[in-house]
Design a protein around this ligand. Structure first.
Ligand code: AMP
Ligand code: MG
Length: 485
């Protein structure tokens, strides 16, 4: 057992391997700390993985650190260039308009964590923006990233959130916050597109080599490494999108600058979880055409990968790019089918399954049952054989087919129930839950802590918080979520 003591903040050893390889991707910046910063919440599990001593939280230096107001050796603030397709149109220069990279730290297990402050002030990439983030969107990102992690969906994370007394001007005047984001890497498709579109071929090659050597190590020495790299990104992306679809998560702004090269969920904005199974659901009220509707996500994943492919065409032949991209629909489909079958507790591979899954989803569309509650109740149904929903003809027909299909399985009902309860969450981050945390952040910050706990363990029963497993009460129906954050 390792008996080395936990680290103090000042013991963190910051480096930036990417900056050594691609220095021109970075611009040094300075932060604009918030006035009267208050630590709102810390993710203790992540703190533990970073091997930081929890006693650090009680010191004012921790809040100052989160506020971009504490420097120590090796810590250099910088932001990066990137570009990207926004709603289908190429924008040659985006970059970290309100994200400041602090660098990366390594824990004793050799895991690397990049640390980034979101909302700590203007950078050369802020364009018309103010470099700030509001409490509302910061709480949403903070909760959502811990929640997706708990749902076993690849994602960036957040160590802590602070708020300040500064006014921020959006549709109305709001208060400012900063989230300390943490990820193995914050590289986006847009970083690769930036180098490609500015014809920096040598830099692009360095960036791709760096990415492979550090994050795709399995084939770092392979002669066909670029193709294998692209294949791997396509696969990770297909798996990520299948995972989103299976839990009913809509990202909201799937521009290529919001696509992680590691297949992580990144840049939480106007995201949402579906209540009913509605493929036309658009969570971003600024997305008038529904480009990023829930049902459009899988093909958008393909479209975005095509743009990444275009950026990589100096390194990979057109034929290999096409062949690799063509695998995406099947990769997505196989993974999605597996996930939905798991949600139903079906483990055998049988010919009529495809048809049965379609019927299941059609039933959910026509009955308008709550997607999350349906699968949670179905988990209990394995042993109770009862559901609380009204017995519509569609649901009754489904249950007859389901019983028939279950009879072909070998798993016992009790095992299946336990398996299902471990993957069908009782709680998902419905917009109104984030809203409750937001409305109470100042007067009653414990509520944020409780919501954080529940959403970080969404498969537990938490009977005292039963209400939070249900769709929005009337008061919170029709909450509108826009891009402005
Ligand atoms: P997003 O839609 O949040 O992914 O952001 C798209 C681009 O706008 C990125 O380059 C962001 O850094 C930038 N951006 C978004 N909000 C702000 C802001 N308040 N201040 C500066 N830049 C911003
Ligand atoms: Mg973004």
């Amino acid at each position: 057992m390792n008996t080395r003591p936990l680290l103090k903040l000042a013991d963190l050893n910051f480096s930036n391997r990417l900056k050594k390889v691609c220095p021109h991707l970075f611009v040094e910046v300075s932060s604009t700390p918030l006035k009267n910063p208050v630590l709102l919440h810390t993710n203790l599990d992540l703190l533990n993985r970073l091997e930081l001593d929890p006693r650090e939280l009680e010191k004012s230096s921790f809040t100052r650190f989160l506020n971009g107001d504490l420097g120590f050796e090796g810590l250099i603030f910088s932001s990066t260039y990137y570009s990207g397709h926004q709603f289908g149109y190429y924008v040659p220069r985006l970059g970290d308009g309100r994200a400041i990279m602090l660098g990366e730290v390594e824990n004793r297990a050799g895991e690397h964590f990049e640390l980034q402050l979101k909302g700590a002030g203007l950078t050369p990439f802020s364009r018309m923006g103010d470099g700030k983030a509001v409490v509302r969107s910061s709480i949403r990102e903070y909760l959502a990233s811990a929640h997706l992690k708990a749902l076993n969906i690849p994602t960036t994370e957040a160590l802590a959130i602070i708020h300040g007394s500064d006014d921020v001007y959006r549709e109305e005047v709001e208060k400012a916050a900063i989230v300390l984001r943490v990820s193995e890497s914050f590289l986006r498709f847009g970083h690769f597109q930036y180098y490609a579109s500015t014809n920096q071929d040598a830099e692009l090659k360095k960036l791709v080599d760096f990415t492979i050597e550090n994050y795709f190590k399995d084939f770092a020495d392979h002669s066909n490494r670029y193709v294998l790299f692209f294949q791997s990104v396509v696969k990770k992306t297909a798996k990520l999108f299948a995972a989103w679809q299976s839990v009913g998560f809509a990202h909201g702004v799937l521009n290529t600058d919001n696509m992680s090269i590691l297949g992580l969920t990144i840049d939480y904005g106007p995201f949402g979880f579906i209540d009913e199974f509605d493929l036309d659901h658009v969570c971003n009220h600024s997305d008038h055409e529904g480009r990023y509707s829930f049902g459009n996500q899988p093909p958008i994943g393909m479209w975005n990968l095509e743009q990444l492919g275009i950026a990589l065409k100096g390194l990979i032949t057109e034929e290999d790019l096409k062949r690799t991209l063509d695998t995406y629909p099947q990769l997505f489909h196989v993974e999605y089918r597996r996930l939905i079958k798991d949600k139903l507790g079906l483990y055998k591979s049988l010919a009529p399954d495809e048809d049965f899954l379609k019927k299941t989803l059609n039933m959910l569309v026509s009955t308008k049952l709550d997607y999350t509650q349906f699968f949670r109740e179905l988990s209990h149904y394995q042993t109770s054989k009862t559901l609380s929903f009204t017995a519509t003809p569609e649901l009754t027909e489904f249950l007859i087919l389901y019983e028939e299909r279950l009879s072909l399985e070998e798993t016992s009902s009790i095992d299946r129930k336990n398996n299902m309860l471990a993957i069908n969450p009782k709680f998902i981050l419905r917009n109104y839950l984030a809203q409750i945390a937001i409305e109470n952040y100042d007067n009653n910050p414990q509520i944020l802590g409780q919501i954080f706990e529940v959403l970080s363990h969404p498969f537990l029963e938490w009977t005292e918080f039963d209400d939070w497993s249900r769709p929005a009460p009337i008061k919170y129906k029709n909450l509108s979520v826009s891009c402005s954050s």
